[in-house]
Design a protein around this ligand. Structure first.
Ligand code: FRU
Length: 469
């Protein structure tokens, strides 16, 4: 596969062929970042789900591997997570060769088609060869369905509180997150539920993630990510988050308002890597760069969907409150090719893969990508909003509503830097080291040839990026 079709992402992960949605099972192990993903190997639309598989040594270049987990008599393999069971608590490996354990949802489509509601359960699989091949646990499912239709997407975190270690599973249960604990990844005990009245409930809750982060003041806080579909701030699917505390049993927060991880339309179901060494210290995230509103009809044939560029999550304070920043991982620098300082208001673009760093002046601004075919993509600020206008960005007529202007409230945030990553079919925008992020798909048929700058300082930075494929 040449990875060179029209719209094929050049520095984002996409599967060689066919359908992909959520990232799954991300675990760092023996020098490699594993990325599994919701995958249907027989078609370019959603269907019986498998876990596709790729690995990377640097979060930038990816090696495609055969799919890792396939459906069985208990159902299709929906989203979930993977952990390194270093103490062999599960007994599925040995002390000398402890297992990687994947925890995922079984979706029994036969039961579902028969009109039953108890068709989602949780199962586990394990690998004794560093993630290449996986065996299912004989006693599956490990968590039965209690009679509720939406019961899925287990994300397991190793939690150490007051010297005690436990596995904690966060599970999306219709309109709440349920937490379960286990000493061995096999027997699970329900601990608590989380569903504050003020949260976003425009759609079903999916793909949670629970993890600690240190605040700027040095306190340990806990973050809970919750994807929802639909009900996102600019329509369709999106990911909200909560900043709070976790005591080993329940998650609590003083937060009072909805917070979005990314204000664009195209960052969904993202979660973080487990087992990243303390010496690295980063919380590493990747999301599915699409939206359930149109994911299955975007104008690509061979494959469908790419992931966001991997991001580092961190906490920052704005006034009284803590917020989550998401910023491209620093390994992006490895892709920089020609650096140049751009002067003036019109830049002729020599490459279609770009990283651009702009310094806005006070007031409104706009960065306009365009070409002689009338394809125009505008990123800008007006009033107290950041916006991406993709109404005329290229192909849009595959779905009503794709030709949109998406906005993010700035709440008087002063923009010191606007960073833009442009690939063949996506744009990712980061304000002030990721204090605000907006991700959007765009499908220019001819590539943008010019960049027009209005409202920025006289000198800005631009890098051509290399393709990873
Ligand atoms: C989120 C999701 C998950 C589910 C998976 C199925 O995009 O709907 O809740 O496990 O996709 O492919």
């Amino acid at each position: 596969n040449e990875y060179n079709e029209p719209f094929r992402s050049q520095f984002h992960f996409s599967p060689p062929a066919n359908w992909m949605n959520d990232p799954n099972g991300m675990v760092f192990h023996k020098g490699e970042y594993h990325l599994f993903y919701q995958y249907y190997p027989d078609s370019n639309v959603w269907g019986p789900m498998h876990w596709g598989h790729a690995t990377s040594k640097n979060l930038v270049e990816w090696e495609n591997l055969p799919f890792a987990i396939a459906p069985d008599s208990l159902g299709w393999i929906f989203s979930g997570s993977a952990v390194f069971d270093s103490e062999n608590s599960s007994g599925l490996g040995t002390a000398e060769n402890p297992p990687l354990v994947a925890i995922y949802t079984y979706h029994d489509n036969v039961k579902g088609d028969a009109g039953r509601i108890d068709f989602q359960t949780q199962g586990i699989a394990y690998s004794l060869d560093d993630g290449v091949t996986w065996d299912k646990f004989k006693g599956n499912p490990v968590l039965a369905n209690p009679g509720i239709k939406d019961f899925r997407d287990p994300k397991v975190t190793k939690v150490e509180i007051e010297g005690k270690t436990a596995w904690i599973m966060s599970l999306a249960v219709k309109d709440k997150i349920s937490f379960y604990s286990s000493p061995n990844l096999i027997e699970w005990t329900h601990e608590s539920d989380f569903n504050p009245a003020w949260a976003a409930y425009g759609g079903v809750w999916e793909c949670p993630d629970l993890f600690p982060l240190t605040s700027p003041e040095g306190d340990q806080k806990w973050i809970l990510l919750v994807s929802i579909n639909p009900g996102g701030p600019n329509g369709g699917s999106a990911t909200q988050y909560f900043v709070g505390d976790f005591d080993g049993e329940s998650f609590t927060t003083n937060q009072k308002d909805i917070k979005w991880l990314d204000h664009g339309t195209d960052n969904y179901a993202g979660v973080t890597w487990s087992n990243v060494p303390d010496s690295d210290g980063r919380k590493l995230f990747i999301g599915w760069m699409s939206n359930w509103d149109y994911a299955q009809v975007v104008p690509t044939e061979v494959w469908r969907s790419a992931m966001t560029f991997p991001r580092t999550l961190s906490l920052y304070r704005e006034g009284e409150e803590l917020w989550l920043a998401s910023n491209p991982v620093k390994e992006l620098e490895q892709l920089r090719d020609q650096p140049s300082v751009v002067k003036g208001v019109k830049v002729v673009l020599e490459n279609e893969l770009l990283e651009i760093s702009l310094k806005p002046k006070a007031g409104d601004f706009s960065a306009t990508f365009e070409n002689e075919y009338g394809e125009i993509l505008v990123i800008g600020k007006r009033a107290d909003e950041l916006f991406i206008d993709r109404r005329n960005s290229g192909l849009t007529d595959f779905k009503d509503g794709f030709a949109s202007v998406m906005t993010a409230p700035l709440n008087e945030l002063k923009i010191n830097e606007l960073r833009i990553l442009l690939d063949r079919s996506s744009v990712e925008v980061f304000v002030n080291d990721g204090a605000l992020a907006m991700t959007a798909l765009v499908f220019p048929e001819h590539g943008y040839s010019d960049l027009l700058l209005d409202g920025f300082e006289a000198e800005n930075k631009l890098y051509s990026l290399k393709s990873i494929w």
